[in-house]
Design a protein around this ligand. Structure first.
Ligand SMILES: C[S@@+](CC[C@H](N)C(=O)[O-])C[C@H]1O[C@@H](n2cnc3c(N)ncnc32)[C@H](O)[C@@H]1O
Length: 777
């Protein structure tokens, strides 16, 4: 990416995001409110901006996914807000307790935020800037559907700001602060059979062109018209037509909601279609399927199975339902008993991201409790003794971004006048979108740490909220759905992302933490609900792997009942100072035994730690290159000699430190593992002792240290996999011993969970052959 180009684009966007570009000729500096709210002038400016935005998009240099957060933005309920007119709005004021009603009088478009124009009942207009609305920037259609022309809207607690060019606009950072009125009722033509069919057919056309919102709008009109006819017509044939039309259309709308990942709405529509139940078999079948899919996506696998069992009773010969039921039962076993056949996928030669199966959530023998050290807040604890490799939980990402190299996520902070980039911005938008219409999801989300304030005051939420198949008492009530967005607080959501989201590709720069929005490298990032309660340790007892966007957490060592489950938040196979910085990015200071010990050795280790930290990335790279099948290649990077020297120096320092406990020595060796590896015989320099005769630890000894310190680390697994390779065994290390082979299997169990020895060996072999491509540290 050309930095200059990016800077230029950001600047253009910054201008247009502030209202309109100062380069737009038709924009004048306006000072008087009466001029500022003149509809004709504003429509002209709007149309010009829209054309310019389209031109910019045609340049198609980058796909920009911007999001902006500025003020404190908790959304309140509509009830009790007093209305305010456009001319009464005051500049720079957040009109608390007020609501602005109006009609969207132009086609909306999106640059950094959605831009539209709101007209009130006095014919005055004001530009509307809506940020963080989850509409794909590439789809002008989706923007128009979300903010349709001629639609009545209410803007809660409007905030009027002056833009850089002098124009003024109502700025909305939290999309939950805009309530769009339902579409106008269906025209009279819809009250005949042909009319219903026409509306539904038009909806189906929109559906076929993947305009889900457009389809939903037409389906809704069809349902309204059918319902009106049912109530108002005296003709029994019209009533029958109306009832048939609404059953099919509810079912179709359920599918459109499914496509939009609005599972609660999909479930409500599928339920309605089944309740009315007068439909012909194909539509009824589809409704069962749609209900089952919605329940499955809501992690209600038991209910999903029940739904399909009822369907099978009604349609005994239906193979499709039988197939779905079989699949659903697999999910049921996953979610209830943790029975996953993930190893099959891991060992499948053709394993590709696109073929990753759907996995259900699972909650094993863990619960949330207050952590022992109160400043750690809540943590996840084992409820019984668990063995190494036991599955603790499986969690689907609730929001994830897998950005490619062409996608740039922008964060424009107008308060600090900074523009940052980071995939976390996209997560915020996705979470807001998901929270709209899902009170249960919002409830779950709001249990996560979302501020820097005292961790000890955090509440311990009920585990029922996170367990798959648990419905009651978190059913969505009609009341909750009425003002579904009332609780969405975008500032809090942004903070939640800051404290809980992380990258999964396993490099230091990919981890999110408090580096929110600042790293161009933050391209992959996600949020997992229950795993967000797991605290960090530099000597963790759990490990995580990702299959697609699903996180599997295993016990990486035996864990006793009542013990806290911990994970490394970052690559913890690095020396103390690096870990300290990474912890501080997450907003805490680590008090684990390893950190306390290494802190006490900062002075003697400094001559090694400083040069190592500068070269650490190179060491990792060298190791990875050597590991990736080039072991026979005798060439190595010039730094290898440097790593070797550092490793020798470290061994001598450890010796001079006298009586270190074996665990303490292992911690230090693990911190500098990359230096040992890149400077060692099999992976780097072809020698294992220096001229003075200092011997470096054997590979197996080093592996033991890494495994004892950060089990489940990908580099640890790679070393274990290498131990099983003849190329490494042949170098005269102690790798061929049974003990070494046993250790390799143990490391594999820590990383991938319990499997039979043959499967573990196959995994080690498969990794050696580079067939596995997984996230994790
Ligand atoms: C993903 S959350 C973990 C759950 C959190 N403890 C809670 O109560 O919600 C990350 C936050 O937990 C706290 N934390 C995690 N590990 C910690 C540790 N080892 N020491 C102190 N605080 C820690 C920090 O405040 C961090 O920002």
């Amino acid at each position: 990416m050309e930095e200059e180009q990016l800077k230029m684009i950001m600047e253009q966007l910054r201008m247009s995001a502030s209202g309109s570009g100062s380069h737009t000729s038709s924009n004048r500096t306006v000072s008087k409110a009466s001029e500022a709210f003149d509809k004709a002038t504003l429509v002209d400016a709007h149309n010009l901006m829209m054309r310019q935005a389209a031109e910019m998009q045609q340049m198609n240099l980058y796909r920009l996914q911007p999001a902006i957060v500025e003020a404190d933005e908790a959304s309140v309920g509509l009830a009790g807000l007093a209305s305010i007119r456009i001319e009464e709005l005051k500049l720079g004021v957040h009109h608390r307790g007020r609501v602005l009603y109006g009609t969207l009088c132009v086609d909306a478009f999106k640059v950094t935020g959605v831009i539209s124009l709101l007209e009130d009942d006095r014919g005055k207009a004001v530009r509307l800037l809506v940020y963080n609305a989850a509409v794909s920037s590439s789809s002008a259609q989706a923007v128009r559907r979300l903010f349709p022309k001629d639609r009545a809207v209410a803007v809660k607690e409007p905030y009027l700001k002056r833009c850089v060019d002098g124009s003024i606009a109502v700025r909305v950072d939290n999309p939950a602060n805009i309530v769009t009125a339902p579409a106008a009722p269906a025209p009279a033509a819809g009250t005949t059979h042909a009319g219903f069919d026409a509306l539904r057919a038009e909806g189906n056309k929109r559906f076929a062109s993947q305009d889900w919102l457009g389809a939903i709008e037409l389906y809704s009109k069809c349902i309204d018209a059918a319902t009106n006819s049912l109530h108002s017509s005296s003709s029994s044939s019209v009533k029958q037509d109306a009832s048939k039309a609404s059953v099919t259309t509810y079912s179709n709308r359920a599918e459109a909601w499914l496509r939009l990942h609005k599972f609660e709405k999909a479930l409500a529509d599928a339920n309605k279609a089944l309740e009315l139940g007068l439909d012909s078999a194909p539509s009824l079948l589809k409704s069962f399927h749609r209900k089952a899919r919605a329940l499955c996506s809501l992690q209600q696998h038991k209910q999903s199975c029940e739904c399909l069992e009822v369907a099978l009773q009604q349609f005994p010969g239906q193979e499709e339902i039988r197939d779905s039921l079989d699949k659903c039962r697999i999910h049921m076993r996953q979610s209830e008993y943790g029975e996953y056949q993930s190893v099959n996928f891991l060992l499948d030669d053709s394993n590709k991201p696109a073929s990753i199966p759907n996995y259900s959530d699972y909650v094993g023998a863990v619960e949330i409790r207050m952590a022992d050290q109160s400043m750690r807040g809540r943590g996840l604890f084992a409820t019984k003794d668990v063995q190494m490799g036991s599955l603790l939980l499986v969690s689907n990402a609730v929001a994830e971004t897998q950005a490619d190299r062409k996608t740039v996520y922008l964060h424009m902070d107008f308060t600090s006048r900074r523009i940052n980039t980071g995939a976390q911005e996209d997560i915020v938008t996705k979470l807001v979108d998901r929270a709209m219409g899902s009170p249960k999801f919002l409830k779950q989300l709001n249990t996560l740490k979302g501020s820097s304030s005292a961790s000890c005051s955090l509440e311990v939420p009920s585990m029922e909220l996170f367990k798959p198949n648990s419905v009651s008492p978190f059913l969505t009530t009609a009341e909750e759905l009425q003002d579904e967005s009332a609780q969405i607080d975008i500032v809090r959501i942004r903070e939640i992302v800051k404290y809980n989201a992380f990258g999964k590709s396993g490099t230091i720069s990919d981890s999110a933490g408090a580096k929110f929005g600042e790293e161009l490298a933050d391209r992959s990032c996600g949020l997992w609900m229950l795993p967000s309660f797991i605290n960090h340790s530099c000597i963790p007892n759990a490990s995580m792997i990702f299959l697609g966007s699903v996180m599997f957490v295993h016990a990486a060592h035996d864990i006793r009942a009542g013990e806290e489950v911990t994970l490394p938040y970052f690559d913890a196979l690095v020396p103390y100072k690096q870990r300290e910085t990474l912890c501080s990015n997450w907003g805490f200071f680590c008090l684990c035994r390893r950190c306390e010990f290494e802190r006490s050795l900062c002075t003697p280790l400094r001559p090694i730690a400083n040069p190592f930290s500068a070269l650490h990335k190179k060491a990792r790279k060298e190791f990875s290159a050597r590991f990736a099948g080039q072991l026979s290649n005798s060439s190595h990077s010039p730094e290898c000699a440097e790593f070797h020297k550092l490793a020798v120096k470290l061994e001598n320092t450890l010796r001079s430190l006298g009586n270190l406990a074996p665990t303490e020595k292992q911690w230090i060796q693990a911190s500098f593992a990359a230096a040992y590896l890149a400077g060692s015989k099999p992976f780097g320099l072809a020698m294992s002792s220096d001229s003075a005769g200092t011997r470096l630890p054997q590979l197996q000894t080093l592996l033991n240290s890494m495994h004892a310190t950060v089990p489940g680390h990908m580099m640890t697994f790679q070393v274990a996999a290498a131990l099983t390779q003849p190329a490494v065994r042949g170098i005269g290390s102690d790798c061929s011993s049974n003990l070494a082979q046993q250790l390799a299997l143990e490391v594999c169990t820590s990383t991938f969970g319990k499997h039979n020895p043959d499967a573990l060996r196959a995994l080690l072999q498969s990794y050696s052959n580079k067939k596995l491509h997984l996230g994790g540290y």
